[in-house]
Design a protein around this ligand. Structure first.
Ligand code: UDP
Ligand code: MN
Length: 270
C-alpha cells in the first residue's frame, strides 16, 4: 500500500479526536492505510481504541528544535506575541506539538499521504487526493475573502521524502524564526506555490455561522473543528455549532450517523 491518511496525536484529547476521524475515514470506504503518529505523551490506554480500529500506530518524537525555538513557540509566549482574536484554543493544545506533523515526510514507504488534523471528520470518500501533487491544501477560509490568501494546514497532500524533511528542519529552526501560526505559517512559506484545494476539502466550522452561504452538505467532504473542539464541555460557541457538534459525537460513538446529503444547511445558506 503506497497511500496513507496520516494524523497526529500528542495527548489523550487529540486521541479522542482521532478516534472519530478514523471511524469517519473507514466509513468513507477508503482503500488507503490509516497512520496515527503519536508521541510518548499519549498513554497506551488512550491509544487502545485506535488500535482496535486497525490503524497503523507510528511513534514519533517532537522535532529536535533548539531550546530558543521552543521558548519562542511555547504556548503562553506565542499567545502573547500572536494573540488569537477570532476564537479560543483549548487548554490541551500545545502549539509546539503542531510541528511534529512534519514527521510525515519521513514516512517514505508511502508515495503520497493526505494529512488530516485529529479534529476533523471525513464525510465522503476523498481517495482521489492521492493522485494530486505535492503540495495541496485548502485556503484558511472562515470569515472573509481575504482568508483565501492563506492556507489551512488541517488537510494537505504531501509526498514523503527524506531530503524534503531535512530541508524543512533547516528552514524551520533558523535564528529568530517565529512561525506565528506554527506549522501552518511554515508550510505556506516552504511551499509558496501551494496548489489550492476547494474549501469543501477542509470546511472550517466557523463557516457555519460566519459564511453560511458557502456551506452545502452536498459538497462538504471534510469538516474541520478549528479553534474550540467538539468534545470540549460547553465551549462558548457550542450553541451556535450544535448541529456540527452533534455530528462529531455521532461519529465518535459510531452510532446515529446521519445521511450527509440529507442534513439541513445553516440558516442563510442558498
Ligand atoms: N496536535 C496535537 N497536540 C497538541 C496540538 C496539536 O496532537 O497539543 C495535533 C492534532 O492532530 C491537531 C493538530 O495537531 O488536530 C493541529 O492542532 P489543532 O487542530 O488544535 O489546531 P486548529 O485546527 O484549531 O488550528
Ligand atoms: Mn485542527
Amino acid at each position: 500500500m503506497r497511500h496513507a491518511y496520516v494524523t497526529l496525536v500528542t495527548n489523550a484529547d487529540y486521541a479522542m479526536g482521532a478516534e472519530a476521524l478514523v471511524r469517519s475515514l473507514k466509513l468513507s470506504g477508503t482503500g488507503a492505510d490509516i497512520v496515527v503518529l503519536h508521541t510518548g505523551g499519549v498513554t497506551g490506554g488512550a491509544l487502545r481504541p485506535l488500535t482496535a480500529l486497525g490503524v497503523r500506530l507510528v511513534e514519533a518524537e517532537l522535532l529536535p528544535t533548539s531550546a530558543a525555538f521552543n521558548e519562542r513557540h511555547q504556548r503562553a509566549k506565542l499567545h502573547a506575541d500572536a494573540p488569537f482574536t477570532k476564537g479560543n484554543k483549548p487548554s490541551f493544545h500545545t502549539p509546539l506539538d503542531n510541528f511534529a506533523k512534519l514527521r510525515l515526510w519521513q514516512l517514505t514507504d508511502y508515495e503520497r499521504v493526505v494529512f488530516i488534523d485529529a479534529d476533523a471528520l471525513v464525510l465522503r470518500n476523498i481517495d482521489r487526493l492521492f493522485s494530486y501533487p505535492e503540495f495541496c491544501a485548502a485556503p484558511n477560509v472562515y470569515e472573509s475573502l481575504a482568508d483565501f490568501h492563506r492556507l489551512n494546514s488541517g488537510v494537505f497532500v504531501a509526498r514523503p521524502c527524506g531530503k524534503t524533511y531535512n530541508d524543512m528542519l533547516a528552514m524551520l529552526d533558523r535564528p529568530d524564526a517565529f512561525w506565528r501560526r506554527t506549522d501552518q505559517t511554515f508550510l505556506q512559506a516552504f511551499f509558496p506555490d501551494w496548489h489550492g484545494l476547494p474549501v469543501f476539502f477542509n470546511m472550517l466550522q466557523y463557516v457555519w455561522f460566519n459564511m453560511p452561504e458557502l456551506w452545502d452538505w452536498k459538497s462538504v467532504s471534510v469538516v474541520h473543528y478549528q479553534y474550540e473542539k467538539p468534545w470540549e464541555k460547553d465551549h462558548p460557541k457550542a450553541e451556535k455549532l450544535r448541529p456540527l457538534i452533534d455530528l462529531w459525537h455521532a461519529y465518535y460513538a459510531g452510532e446515529g450517523i446521519p445521511d450527509i446529503d440529507r442534513l439541513e444547511n445553516p440558516t442563510g445558506a442558498t
